[in-house]
Design a protein around this ligand. Structure first.
Ligand SMILES: Cc1cc2nc3c(=O)[nH]c(=O)nc-3n(C[C@H](O)[C@H](O)[C@H](O)COP(=O)(O)O)c2cc1C
Length: 191
């Protein structure tokens, strides 16, 4: 039996306005896989949160800074990000890249600098849904490339990327291969 203190914490960031949409379904499968390994999983629906754009004030980069100067819901998200062992970013493709909601969250992660030596030393899982049949034509590849560059830059390890084509909400539930890959990623994130 897993000791409570040994349980891995997996934090899921739901970046679609559709709470139960395709990227959220992939995230749910990731959660199932992680929970099967005994992990504690929490999901945040970021579209429903007050997350303002980074204002590029650079206050957060000051060694004496108290963190991000913007007092909105990110103030409750920062400690959760730090506490988690793994992050899952679930996003739809909107206009050939990650959703605006996801990008708002990502920009604000700049302020994690105040949390220790490398606050990004996490395992990262990515889940992406797009409407086109092709990951290149859809722009999913741009989102993937952006995550790869960003997480390499901050020294985080991407444990896996799952993605699938689906247009209408819930349609991805028919893509058994994508669901299976998502569940497997969940297991990996909780190891
Ligand atoms: C504003 C908007 C822009 C979109 N842009 C794209 C796009 O550039 N490429 C694409 O393949 N699908 C695009 N789609 C379709 C979504 O990616 C698709 O419906 C996906 O399944 C949504 O995932 P979700 O259910 O997690 O929100 C767009 C949808 C919306 C609402």
């Amino acid at each position: 039996m897993t000791n409570r203190s040994e349980r891995k914490k997996v934090l899921i960031l739901l970046g679609s306005p559709r709470k139960n949409g395709n990227s959220a379904i992939l995230a749910q499968e990731i959660a199932k896989g992680a929970e099967a390994e005994g992990a504690e999983v929490e999901s945040l629906y970021i579209h429903g949160m007050d997350i303002k754009p980074c204002q590029a004030c650079w206050v957060c980069q000051n060694p004496d800074a108290e963190g991000c100067a913007i007092k909105d819901d990110m103030q409750t998200v920062f400690p959760k990000l730090i506490e988690a062992d793994s992050w899952v970013i679930a996003t739809p493709v909107h206009w050939f890249n990650m959703s605006t909601q996801t990008k708002l969250w990502m920009d604000r992660c700049f302020a994690l600098a105040k949390y220790g030596e490398n606050p990004f030393r996490k395992k990262i899982g990515i889940a992406i849904a797009y409407g086109d049949v092709d990951p290149y034509a859809s722009g999913a590849i741009n989102a993937i490339r952006c995550f790869q560059d960003a997480f390499r830059y901050v020294g985080a390890k991407i444990a896996g990327i799952v993605y699938g084509s689906a247009l209408n909400s819930g349609e991805i539930a028919q893509n058994e291969a994508a669901l299976k890959a998502a569940k497997e990623l969940g297991h990996k994130l909780a190891e």
